[in-house]
Design a binder for this molecule. Structure first.
Ligand code: GDD
Ligand code: MN
Length: 404
């Protein structure tokens, strides 16, 4: 049973964004057609969702009537103190396709990992879905995600950041910033730049794609799971497709996104970058050598009696020169850039000047704000923002690869 391509399910074809990854040969397409999906398990993690989970199950059951598949709901409840599980058990009496697994609270990612393993190994699902319990993801978008999967994608994302997708207009600046920066990190630090909403928790995924990776080894507990999973499936060659969705603010209950989730997310994003990028590893090694040059020269200069406000920019400048040479002839040596040498040279200088500016102003500001701290600490802290600016400017501008 399939959705017929000409039959529209809530939305038009041009609201569907292209599938990334390699195209499919005719033979592959046939093999794929033979291997249809039939059983879906929609995984809903819950922590204190007493007021949402009952109505959500009702709304989903209503939606399932329009979907020609064996649809199931698996609620992963982490022993919510508010009695969420009891409501799911009650719903399970009315609907035979509602399942519940309870456990210790270890985080959103840990709940999804357990849920996906059970859905695939224990329930034999052909595909799984991720969905929040708080109605942020609209139940009537479920058929659109499933349809995109049915039409050939391996990993479908209900996306807020493609044309037609939205975030709540009354989201505070902080909430917006967390979401936007999460995606900036995922796209430009992890390298998932083909995807616009990498952190979305509304997804439909073929089990065959999840079987290619080892869920246990993702090494995440919290919300970082979203980028960890996306990164691994893309590395394994999955076809990812984004479908625009309207993300609705929750009405009942509160968000569970905490500081430890944000910290894990940032660390994990850098870890993924580090793991897959030789260029980045070299860049870090060069950066570390630059720190040594900077601090070494700075210490020698102030010990020989030079004024600290002069010693600082001189040592920054010397470390920039050593970094630029090493980066040009080692880190980025393999990159074919489209620019002639003098354009690259000019860009070098612009980047170096801004790096000098950022680093030096951090040094001056810290000197004024925290006069009791050792001068070397001011000098080192100046390197941190400068290093980030430096990497991105060089990577995406000076040494940007030219398209093949
Ligand atoms: N079992 C379990 N354990 N469930 C959890 C946990 C946990 O530790 N933490 C959160 N949940 C459940 C919530 O009960 C809810 O159903 C869902 O996971 C999402 O949690 P929210 O607290 O509503 O998250 P959010 O709205 O801040 O975050 C949403 O947007 C993020 C991107 O901006 C989610 O869709 C995230 O998945 C997404 O990354
Ligand atoms: Mn939410």
């Amino acid at each position: 049973m399939i959705f017929r391509p000409e039959k529209e399910v809530n939305g038009t074809c041009d609201s569907v964004f292209p599938v990334t990854g390699s195209g499919r040969s005719v033979a592959e397409a046939w093999a794929f057609r033979m291997n249809r999906l039939s059983k879906f398990v929609l995984i809903v993690p819950t922590y204190n969702e007493r007021d949402n989970i009952g109505p959500l199950i009702e709304a989903l059951e209503e939606e399932f009537r329009k979907i020609p598949y064996d649809m199931n709901i698996l609620v992963m409840d982490d022993n919510s103190p508010d009695g969420t599980a009891e409501i799911v058990r009650q719903a399970g009496k009315n609907y035979s396709n509602v399942y519940l697994i309870t456990g210790e609270k270890q985080g959103l990612g840990a709940a999804y990992i357990r849920g996906m393993k059970h859905a695939i190994d224990g329930m034999n699902a052909d595909a799984v879905m991720e969905m929040d319990a708080d109605f942020s993801h609209k139940p009537d978008d479920v058929p659109r995600l499933i349809r995109a999967l049915d039409e050939g994608a391996d990993f479908v994302i209900g996306s807020r950041y493609v044309k037609g997708g939205t975030i709540p207009h009354d989201w505070g600046l902080l909430r917006q910033a967390i979401s936007k920066w999460g995606n900036i990190f995922a796209r430009y630090i992890v390298g998932l730049y083909k995807v616009h909403d990498c952190t979305a928790g509304f997804r439909a995924i073929r089990s065959s794609i999840i079987k290619r990776i080892d869920l246990e080894s993702l090494g995440v507990q919290g919300y970082a799971f979203q980028i960890a999973l996306l990164y691994k499936v893309m590395a394994s060659g999955a076809r990812v497709q984004e479908i625009p969705v309207e993300f609705v603010d929750r009405v009942k209950g509160t968000t569970k996104l905490g500081f430890s989730d944000i910290r894990e997310f940032i660390i994990h994003a850098w870890w993924l970058r580090f793991e897959h990028s030789k260029t980045f590893v070299r860049f870090v090694v060069v950066g570390a050598s630059g720190v040594l040059v900077n601090l070494g020269v700075f210490t020698v200069l102030i010990n020989s009696g030079l004024n600290k406000f002069l010693a600082s920019p001189i040592s920054i400048e010397l470390s920039i020169i050593s970094n630029v040479l090493l980066n040009n002839f080692w880190t980025f040596s393999a990159r074919k850039t489209k620019h002639r040498f003098y354009v690259k040279g000019l860009k070098f200088n612009v980047v170096s000047l801004s790096v000098l500016g950022i680093s030096y102003s951090t040094f001056v500001i810290l000197n004024l704000l925290l006069p009791n701290l050792a001068l070397q600490i001011h000098q080192v802290l100046g390197i941190v923002p400068a290093m980030l600016a430096n990497y991105f400017l060089h990577s995406y501008w000076t040494f940007r690869s030219s398209p093949e």
